[in-house]
Design a protein around this ligand. Sequence first.
Ligand SMILES: N[C@@H](CCC(=O)N[C@@H](CS)C(=O)NCC(=O)O)C(=O)O
Length: 340
Amino acid sequence: MTIREEDLYRLYAHIGSPYSMKMRAVLRYRRIPHVVMGQMSDWAHAFKQVRVPVMPVLEYPDGSFQNDSTPLILDLEKRHVDRSVIPEREADAFLAALIEDLADEWLSKAMYAYRWAFPEHTQWTGRLIALDQLFGTGSPSSVVERAGHDFETRQVGRNELVGCTEANMPMLMSIAERVLDALEPNVVEQPFLFGSRPSNADFALLGQLCQFTLDLAALEPCQKRAPYTMRWCHHVHDLSGYEGAWRAEGTPVSPAVGALLTLAGEAYLPFLVENLKALELGRDEVRIDAHGLTYAGTPFKYQARCLAALRSGYEGLSGDARDEVDPVLDGYGCLAPLRS
Ligand SMILES: N[C@@H](CCC(=O)N[C@@H](CS)C(=O)NCC(=O)O)C(=O)O
């Protein structure tokens, strides 16, 4: 089969960007014809075409540009029918959206902490990401080192803004541990959250977790704690030849989904609710206590929109889907925050 140039999507992306790896894995699994644009000179052009210049950006075959992985994945569902990543059953599709969000917005804080809050590793992380950014440009290593240093300084300087403070470290590490513990038996037995077929939630988890296989502060503890999950990442990067099936009707949600919903009910959803409250009251701090630990950070409008999207997704469920999903959500403490 020859792929025609006019059918190609272009993904402006790089290895060290979790959301880039999430999108690349979706495009590969779905067999959507695409190329990955890994050069910084190409990114500048793509960033000019979108409202918020964050990575990755997807250029459609018609030459339009969009970003933000969650709506992008949904938009691709409308354009391509085969190998959907949205679970067939409405109730599971909602649970998958919730877990996707948890991976993108809560696990991502652990990812950022492992990357930028361990001072003994940030120099090399900066340099390696600079290599990604300058790959193929023939830049001498002194240029890579300088760019690495500048990137490291910028990213370390953002630790506080994204909540990667010393005081939050126990909470951030516990997010990573809880996610790894949830997935470790599942990746062997299933290997995905909603059966043997990967969903948007699995790809969102991949985006963050695959960074743990790259960053030195994460690599050793995560490899020790969840070796199969670290390996799972390398499978999920390219599932283009893989076939799976959604879980059978009438079976209970997997223990992995249960454990992730516990994390959502105990910490992530309360965080989203407090974030919204802080914004409404004009406070400059959002604070939650969960699993005996504390998180305090800056409130974000984007995360208020995440809560609104989850609530409207819940609101839009059919009666049958609600009958199925309500006892599950309630059992894990997720129902009340989604209803208010
Ligand atoms: N919600 C967005 C998040 C994208 C995002 O935050 N991308 C990061 C890189 S992984 C970024 O570009 N951050 C801005 C920056 O580094 O300036 C998505 O799901 O795509």
